[in-house]
Design a protein. Structure first.
Length: 310
C-alpha cells in the first residue's frame, strides 16, 4: 500500500488508539470502545511487556491500524497471540495483512511458533479475513451473564473454608502456582511468575477469594469489580482437589458477597471445551450471551498462505 508505515507502538499513540477503537466499534460492536486509562493499563499488563511487540499502521499521518501481540510459552510450545483493529474506512486495502507480516518478522523464520487470535462469531469481516488465510477454529470463548444466583453453595468437608482474602498480594505465590497447574492444558494457557501475579493482584478493582483447608490454599477465585459489572476473571482449583465442589462453593460465596443483581450483573468467559465449568456456571444462574471463536495457524503455514494471498 502506498505511503503505509508500520512502526512500533509509542506512548504518544494513546489518543489515536482510543479514536481507532471508537471508529472500529461503531462498525462492529463486538470490538467495543476503550478509554485512555484502560488502554494504558492493558499495555502494562505483564504479558504485554509495555507493548513492545505491538505495531501500528500509519498513513497520511493518521493511525489507521493496530496489531496487539504477545508471545507466550505454553508448556514448551510458543504461541503468539494477536489482535488486529483496523479503521473501517481503510479495510480491504491490505492494512491487516501488512500488520500481520510485521508480527511474523518478530519470530525467527523457521521457529515452531503458532499464531492465535479471537473473532466474534457474528463478525463476518473478521472471520472471512482469518479463514482466507487458512486459520482454523480450535475452540470458542463463551461469554455468560448472571443477574440472580439460582443455586446454593454445596456442603464442604470439615475444615474446608471459603473466604475473601484481605491481603491478596501475600498470596501471589499460591495463586500463581494454582493458575499454572489448573490451566496448563488450555489452548490459551500462559504461565505466570509470582512477580507477574503480584502485579495483577495489585490492580484496582481486584478481589480475591480462596478455598483452603487447615494447611494450604486449594483454589482461588479472582474477580474484577466495577460499579455496574462483576467480572469473574478466573476460578482455579488444585488438580488434586477437583470434583469436590470447591469451584461451586468459591463462585457462589464470592458472587453472593459481591451482590449480584440486575443492576450489577456478573459476567465471565469459559472455554467451549470445558463442559464441566460451563455446567457449573449454568447451575449458578449464568446464561450464554455470545461466542468468540479462537483461531490458530502455525507460523510456517501462515507464511505460505500469505505468499499465496498476495
Amino acid at each position: 500500500m502506498p505511503d503505509l508505515l508500520i512502526r512500533s507502538l509509542r506512548p504518544g499513540d494513546t489518543d489515536a488508539i482510543v479514536n481507532l477503537y471508537d471508529a472500529a466499534s461503531a462498525r462492529d460492536t463486538n470490538i467495543g470502545p476503550i478509554t485512555a486509562a484502560q488502554w494504558t493499563d492493558f499495555v502494562q499488563r505483564p504479558h504485554n511487556q509495555g507493548g513492545q511487540d505491538f505495531r501500528v499502521a500509519v498513513q497520511d499521518n493518521q493511525l489507521i491500524g493496530l496489531a496487539e501481540s504477545s508471545l507466550r510459552d505454553q508448556d514448551g510450545r510458543q504461541v503468539r497471540f494477536f489482535k488486529l483493529v483496523i479503521d473501517p474506512s481503510r479495510r480491504r486495502q491490505g492494512v491487516g495483512t501488512a500488520l500481520l507480516k510485521e508480527l511474523l518478522a518478530l519470530n525467527a523464520p523457521d521457529s515452531a511458533v503458532s499464531f492465535q487470535t479471537l473473532a466474534a462469531s457474528d463478525w463476518p469481516d473478521g472471520l472471512a479475513f482469518l479463514e482466507r488465510l487458512g486459520f482454523l477454529h480450535i475452540e470458542s470463548e463463551i461469554t455468560m451473564r448472571c443477574s440472580s444466583l439460582s443455586a446454593q453453595a454445596p456442603a464442604l468437608s470439615d475444615g474446608i473454608v471459603v473466604e475473601r482474602s484481605a491481603t491478596p498480594l501475600y498470596l501471589a505465590t499460591d495463586v500463581a502456582r494454582l493458575h499454572n497447574a489448573a490451566f496448563a492444558s488450555d489452548v490459551a494457557f500462559r504461565s505466570y511468575s509470582v512477580a507477574e501475579m503480584e502485579q495483577i493482584l495489585a490492580e484496582k478493582g481486584q478481589v480475591l477469594w480462596v478455598v483452603r483447608d487447615r494447611y494450604r490454599i486449594l483454589g482461588y477465585c479472582r474477580m474484577e469489580c466495577e460499579p455496574g459489572l462483576i467480572w469473574l476473571e478466573q476460578i482455579a482449583i488444585d488438580p488434586n482437589h477437583q470434583s469436590r465442589g470447591l469451584g461451586m462453593a468459591l463462585a457462589y460465596g464470592a458472587l453472593q458477597a459481591a451482590g449480584v443483581d440486575r443492576g450489577r450483573p456478573a459476567g465471565l468467559n469459559v472455554s467451549s471445551v470445558n463442559g464441566t465449568a460451563r455446567s457449573m456456571y449454568q447451575k449458578l444462574g449464568f446464561a450464554i450471551r455470545r461466542e468468540v471463536r479462537r483461531y490458530s495457524l502455525s507460523q510456517l503455514d501462515l507464511i505460505g498462505r500469505m505468499a499465496i494471498a498476495r
